[in-house]
Structures are given as C-alpha cells and as structure tokens.
Design a protein around this ligand. Structure first.
Ligand SMILES: [Zn+2]
Length: 435
C-alpha cells in the first residue's frame, strides 16, 4: 500500500506543515521508506470535486471516456467527479450507472459518482428508475437531465418529491425550451449586431423561480446548474432568504468570459448557457463570494474538433474545463481578492461533496480522513495549450491564453495520480502504486 510524506505544504488556512499518508488516509507519521513529495512553496488543497462533468462513456467515446475524462480530472487537481447522465444509453437505469461507477473505480484516477437521469432517455416524458438507481451499487444521489431542462412542472414536482424520500437532489439545467428555440448566444444588442438568435436571461430565471417555489412547497432539495445571469442570482438570493433548500453552481467560464467572445464567431466560445455580459459576470462573482452561489462546477463538455470548427450556428455547445478550472478560479476570484484559498477549498471540494452526498471530504487533511489532495504552484504562469489537455477533446476556450497557477500533484485516496505536473501511468494508478 502507498505511504507518502509531503513536506512543507501550505494548507488552505495558511499554516505550513508536513502531511503523512498511509494506507489511503492521513496519519500522524508515515512509515520509514514512504515516498517523499517536496511541497515547499506549494499550496495544498483538498482533492477537488466536480459536481458537473460529462464523461461521454458509454456511447460517445470519440469525445471522451471514463479513463480519459478522469485523467483530465487528475491533471486539474480533481479527485472526484459526478458524471452527467446524457450518455448513450442514457444513465437512466441501475445497470448503466453501475457500469460507469465501476469503470471509474477500475481506473483509479478519480472517484466517479454517476448522476442519474430524471426522465427516461432524457425525453422529459416519464420519470426514470430513480429509486433503483439510488439503491444500486452506484448509490446515486444526484439526478439531472442536464443538457435538457426538466421543463414539465408536474414531472419536476414528482422528481423533487421522490428524491426527498432518500436525501437526493435534482440538479436542474434551467432553460425554458420555448424561450430558447434556436438560440445561439446571449440576447441583447450584440446578438442583434451579429445576427445570431438571442438566448434571453429570463429563460433561465423563470425556471429557477418556478423550481425554488416547488422545492419550498415540497420541502425538497434543489440544485441549479451553471447559473449565468444577474437575474438568476437575485432569485436565488430571495429563495435562500426564505430558507428554501436550494444550492447553485457557476462554471469557471461564466466567472471569466463575456458574450464579447462571440464577436469572433469562434465556436470555442459557444456554450450552454451562453456567455453573458460583464454585469452578469460581476454578479455571479459576487454571488460566489457571498455564498448565494455555493460551488464552482466545470460543466466539462468534450466535443470532437470538427463539431467546434463548424460555423457558429451549426457548432456544438460546450467547452472542456477540468484542466483549466482551478487556474480560472484563481484568476477570477483569488487574484481579484473575492476568495481566499480556504474559500476555494470550500467551493471546489467540501461544498460540492456535501451537495452530492459524497463521503470523505468533510474533514480535509484530518488524521484518519481519506488522503485526497492537490498541490498547486500558485505563483506559476502558463500559456495554456493542448499539452495541458489530457482528455480526448481540445475544445477549450483558453488555448493560447495566459493563466495563473499550475497543478503539480494530485493524490486520490493516497495514490498519486499526477506528480511533477505529469499524469502517472494508468497501470500504476490502477494498481494503487506509490510514486
Ligand atoms: Zn447543462
């Protein structure tokens, strides 16, 4: 079994100490002969947890697989990912979610917690086998039709009622479908100028307003995916003020980029929900800082290059994000003084784990806790390139951009998955070997 001694790491609270790992957990002192990682000058963070990843397997292995997606995760400092249900077959049965979870366990780069579909085939017509997925070996606790909105209010109500019986949560992709038919980018002056169909903020805000009211009435737990507008923040602030059990996420790209990127017609910037205005970016940053938005989630959405090099209107929606997420958060939130590293640890690890009912992340670095951590060189600057991407797709909006920070090492359950800024070999990770 793996034993590690990590020397001189700076913890999220700013203290500096050595960390010892044995048999997958933090211990007082590691046995003689433990592998040594020099973390002098590095920031230690708890293993990052992504509540919103598209791993694409089964069905779309040309874009990503459980192996390549979790390698991308490890390279980005993540030790757990929640895998969205829009695979083929859809993750709407116990069999499919168990398959995805066990592929993750087999490879070992990160814990894979499958998200179950809310409706059969994501078709929005009848509820999927939510109970069977919850009781399965995958123990699903998060349910989402992400990519599509559960727009039927009666189905949404039933789903919220059902998951409340076992402490689950519905993660809503808030997009009123009638208001966004054919929509291509944020609705406003710029969309008119560019001749691209507009995607109004109210399409997101109206669904969030409806669903927080349903959650209140049913005393159910609701999570809102990828909040993108100032109006959504206002609705969430109101709901939380009333004590409604709602949580929300923002993506790194909605914290950093604006709709102005669409002026290039470069479809790397085409994403769902669309990039919004500077005013919206300022609002979601402030909301993450004051807790109205609880977490950052990547919405890592790999697509083959040909579907992103197409004309804007034909191109796919989505960006990869696992390898750039921490750097973007550093740039948008830490270097602006809105969050410190203890806050980053919360919004990228403890809070997403709590929302997803993922054990082992509530007492980071404590003796006896699972050894999930990442070491970051926060002083580094890098020009982000395809060499930084480890998944099967390269549809990143940051290629060629200078980003702060660099993940030096990631440790998942005591097993190093990345070291010296490089992924460790798949065989050694799968076997749980020390460095
Ligand atoms: Zn979505």
């Amino acid at each position: 079994m793996t034993a590690l001694t990590i020397t001189g790491a700076t913890l999220p609270d700013g203290t500096r100490r050595d960390l010892h790992v044995d048999a997958g957990v933090f211990v007082e002192s590691a046995p003689a002969g433990a592998a040594r990682i020099d973390a002098d000058g590095l920031q230690a963070l708890p293993g990052l947890v992504d509540l919103h990843t598209h791993l694409r397997e089964p069905g779309f292995e040309a874009s990503e697989t459980v192996l390549t997606g979790t390698q991308a995760a490890a390279a980005g400092g993540f030790t757990a990912v929640f895998a969205m249900a829009n695979t083929f077959p859809v993750q709407d049965t116990a069999g499919v979610v168990e398959q995805v979870a066990s592929l993750g366990a087999q490879h070992g780069y990160a814990t894979v917690r499958p998200i179950g579909a809310v409706t059969v085939g994501l078709a929005g017509e009848r509820l999927a086998e939510i109970g069977a997925m919850a009781r399965s070996r995958a123990a699903v606790r998060v349910f989402s039709d992400d990519g599509k909105c559960v727009s039927d209010p009666l189905l949404m109500r039933r789903a919220l009622e059902y998951v409340a019986t076992f402490g689950g949560v519905v993660a809503q992709h808030a997009q009123e479908p009638r208001l966004t038919e054919g929509a291509q980018m944020n609705e406003g002056e710029l969309s008119s100028e560019l001749g691209l169909a507009g995607w109004p903020g109210v399409a997101e805000e109206a669904i969030i307003a409806r669903d927080v009211l349903l959650a209140e009435q049913l005393r159910a737990r609701l999570h809102i995916c990828h909040v993108s507008t100032a109006g959504s923040v206002e609705v969430l602030r109101w709901a939380k003020g009333r004590g409604i059990d709602v949580t929300a996420e923002v993506t790194p790209h909605h914290l950093l980029l604006t709709e102005q990127r669409a002026a290039s017609y470069d479809a790397r910037y085409k994403v769902n929900p669309p990039l919004r205005t500077q005013e919206d970016v300022d609002a979601v940053r402030a909301a993450l800082a004051d807790g109205t938005i609880d977490i950052v989630a990547t919405d890592h959405a790999p697509h083959p290059i040909e579907t992103k090099e197409a004309a804007w209107a034909e191109a796919s929606f989505g960006m990869v994000g696992l390898e750039s997420a921490l750097s973007v958060v550093q740039s948008a939130m830490v270097e602006t003084g809105l969050l410190d590293w203890a806050d980053v640890a919360r919004v990228l690890s403890a809070a997403p784990a709590a929302i997803g009912r993922l054990d082992g992340y509530d007492a980071p670095f404590a003796i006896g806790s699972p050894a999930h951590l990442t070491l970051v060189d926060t002083a580094a600057r890098r020009t982000f390139g395809t060499g930084d991407l480890h998944g099967r797709s390269i549809n990143s909006p940051y290629l060629g951009a200078e980003l702060p920070g660099r993940v030096v090492a990631t440790v998942h359950g005591g097993v190093p998955t990345a070291l010296d800024g490089e992924l460790r070999p798949a065989e050694e990770v799968a076997n749980g070997q020390a460095a």
